[in-house]
Design a protein around this ligand. Structure first.
Ligand SMILES: [Zn+2]
Length: 675
């Protein structure tokens, strides 16, 4: 009876973890189908046990199905933008312009939240729609993503027929820091600032991601309220607050000095706000005054936005530390002497990658100008070359992994530097997830959540350690009963008998996926034979290119890999190809089928070739042995003739099938086709 509780917790963890993998890391470990399936299971369990439903359950913040594009929304009340000012003089000019038309002036001063402006609409007290600002007149319908916002009320106490509020969607600084910390660990590109992160989240096609990212909103304007009248802007804020909206804090004053003092104070206190702000908004508080002043063609005359300059300060670059992410990517980080910036103490700054360091010629010992952009991740703007000490050297990322000592390689198509260690502890969890996945060793019962616990408990240091786990080892983990532990051990044990192609795939060698692993297993027949393969032998195989062969050979040659394979062998993991062809008539040959075949279907021909140890390929290359051409063969035939590759008719191909295990079947096939 307590089982359902554990299952609910497990499902939540799996679902959250996987949507993260899927949406943030581009590394899905489960199909949409499976995801939906587990989500349904969780929904059913929660329906049966309503007391278990929590607001943060994955079932609660999924607002609907993903759409392919956002529908346009015409804003009933335009979402205007404000004129920016950058100093106290410009604030004074604004004040003077206002005073030309008004005698008694009252302002509200509010923080300008650095997020995404949205219009949120309610009918009869219920949330019905949310839209981005867009160009101010037409935005995008992001209703389902807005629905996932944690602090936005869905139902209001007053059931006004129609209410529209305007707010700024943001990612709280703490949420942002946690998200980026995680991305740093996983080796993903960091979000530059909370605004980018919030924007990316709000415009996700799938509301599940927006829900994952934990967005918040702060409301700063009442756009429309059917059946209500207000005199002051601050009255509308108070009203919205009474309706449960998280509203912007404000100061009311008619005094220009107070306005300026508030601008300064907000800047000093900005570190304490949950959101980023990039300025202060000064508005006329009396709503009828706003009508007197009106708007220009672009901006209202009754408000301005004071923009704070990004704060920059010099500091000394003490060191560069290199972290290894979960995908093996090396990320350099600058350690600087502590410096106060935008209300926080900064001790390190992002360096992104080697190219960034090289481009700015950043060296340890330099005096660097540090800036807090987006208030969270400090960055290095430039080096103050006038202060460069003698003898400092250009910085290069290490060519060995700082965690495991394995060789580091630059991604062939990017700037990232990656550790190639097969047993690198920094990459262990990712390896294990891949190793146990369906396309690799297909081990049921050890999902990502369980693997993470195993790693954290120190039970596994390499994938081979999975084979040493006992039922007791696994049963001691959180949320694992004796039964699940037995199942897991059984599944692990079973996987020892997998075809070696699954093992090869599970090793996570770059560019060796399930398909290449199968090709290699069938070509070499065993891991031992694969281990001895030369680059030439590898590249001679169709589908194995120069780069893949090099990655593979490097992997096989690394001491870490050899150690790992030794452990797999000791554990009794199968190293043989189990679905080797029994007839080797076509061993080492590659066929390309082209044109309209009349004697057999393409699938039949492919099977005839494969059952004799040959390969059927889709394109003609120098590696092609024969082209089998049916009627109306086109470009492939031409290519074959150009390369001087022998071309067979269907009859000639059938004639080659004499003898061997598959011949009976094939003759039958041939005869049947002729009938
Ligand atoms: Zn490493």
């Amino acid at each position: 009876m307590e089982d359902y509780k554990a299952r609910i917790r497990e499902l939540r963890e799996i679902l959250e973890y996987n949507s993260k993998l899927y949406y943030d890391m581009d590394a899905p470990t489960m199909s949409d189908y499976e995801y939906d399936h587990l989500l349904r299971e969780l929904e059913d369990l929660e329906a049966a046990h309503p007391e278990e439903v929590t607001p943060d359950s994955p079932t609660q913040h999924v607002g609907g199905t993903a759409s392919n594009s956002f529908a346009p929304v015409q804003h009933e009340v335009p979402l205007e933008s404000l004129q920016d000012v950058f100093n106290a003089d410009e604030v004074g000019e604004f004040h003077n312009r206002v005073r030309e038309q008004l005698v008694n002036v009252e302002y509200s001063v509010e923080p300008k939240v650095d997020g995404l402006s949205v219009a949120i609409e309610y009918r009869d007290g219920r949330f019905v729609r949310g839209a981005t600002r867009g160009d101010g007149r037409t935005g995008e319908d992001v209703t389902e993503n807005i629905r996932t916002i944690q602090n936005l009320p869905m139902v209001l106490p007053d059931k006004l027929p129609h209410l529209i509020v305007r707010g700024e969607v943001y990612m709280a600084k703490t949420t942002f820091a946690a998200l980026n910390a995680e991305r740093e660990i996983t080796g993903e590109p960091l979000f530059a600032n909370p605004r980018n992160a919030a924007a990316g989240s709000l415009r996700q096609q799938d509301p599940k991601i927006a829900a994952q990212r934990k967005l918040d909103v702060v409301i700063f304007n009442l756009q429309l309220a059917d059946g209500k009248t207000f005199e002051k802007h601050t009255d509308t804020l108070d009203y919205m607050k009474s309706q449960g909206f998280p509203t912007i804090p404000y100061l009311r004053t008619g005094d220009l000095d107070m306005v300026n003092a508030e601008i300064v104070r907000l800047n000093e206190d900005r570190a304490e706000l949950p959101y980023d702000m990039d300025g202060a908004v000064i508005k006329l508080n009396d709503l009828s005054d706003r009508e007197v002043l009106g708007s220009t063609s672009k901006v209202p005359r009754w408000a301005i936005a004071y923009k704070y300059p990004p704060e920059q300060k010099p500091s000394k670059l003490v060191d560069i530390v290199v972290q290894v992410g979960r995908t093996g990517v090396l990320t350099p980080k600058a350690v600087v002497e502590p410096v106060r910036l935008a209300g926080t103490t900064v001790t390190n700054a992002t360096l992104h990658n080697q190219d960034f360091i090289t481009e700015k010629d950043i060296r340890i010992g330099d005096t660097v100008i540090v800036q807090k952009a987006g208030e969270i991740i400090p960055e290095i703007v430039r080096v103050d070359l006038s202060k460069r000490p003698d003898g400092v050297k250009p910085y290069h990322l290490p060519d060995r992994c700082p965690v495991c000592g394995a060789k580091v390689e630059r991604d062939e198509d990017g700037v990232a530097m990656r550790c190639t260690g097969a047993e690198c502890p920094a990459q262990l969890l990712r390896y294990l997830e891949h190793f146990t996945s369906r396309e690799a060793m297909d081990i049921d019962g050890v999902g990502p959540a369980v693997l993470r616990q195993m790693v954290e408990a120190g039970l596994v240091q390499t994938a081979a350690d999975l084979y040493k786990l006992t039922v007791q080892d696994i049963a001691q983990l959180d949320r694992m009963g004796m039964k699940s532990a037995q199942n897991a051990v059984h599944a692990i044990e079973q996987s020892k008998r997998n075809d070696v192609s699954r093992l090869i795939c599970g090793l996570g060698i770059r560019q060796i996926g399930a398909k290449a692993a199968r090709t290699l297993a069938q070509h070499f027949g065993s891991f031992d034979a694969l281990e001895r393969a030369t680059i030439e032998e590898l590249t001679a195989i169709d589908d194995i290119g120069e780069i893949t062969a090099r990655f593979l050979r490097d992997w096989l040659d690394s001491p870490q890999s050899q150690d790992l394979m030794r452990r797999f062998r000791a554990a009794g993991v199968n190293m043989e190809c189990l679905d080797k062809p029994t007839d080797d008539t076509f061993q080492g040959m590659t066929f390309v089928l082209t044109g309209a075949l009349t004697r057999f279907t393409r699938d039949e021909a492919t099977e005839m070739i494969q059952s004799r140890g040959g390969k059927a390929s889709g394109s003609v290359s120098k590696k092609t042995t024969y082209v089998v051409a049916g009627e109306a063969a086109g470009s492939k035939l031409a290519k074959a003739q150009e390369l001087g590759i022998p071309v067979l008719t269907e009859d000639e191909f059938l004639a080659m099938l004499g003898g061997g295990a598959g011949s009976d079947k094939l003759e039958t096939d041939g005869q049947m086709s002729m009938l």
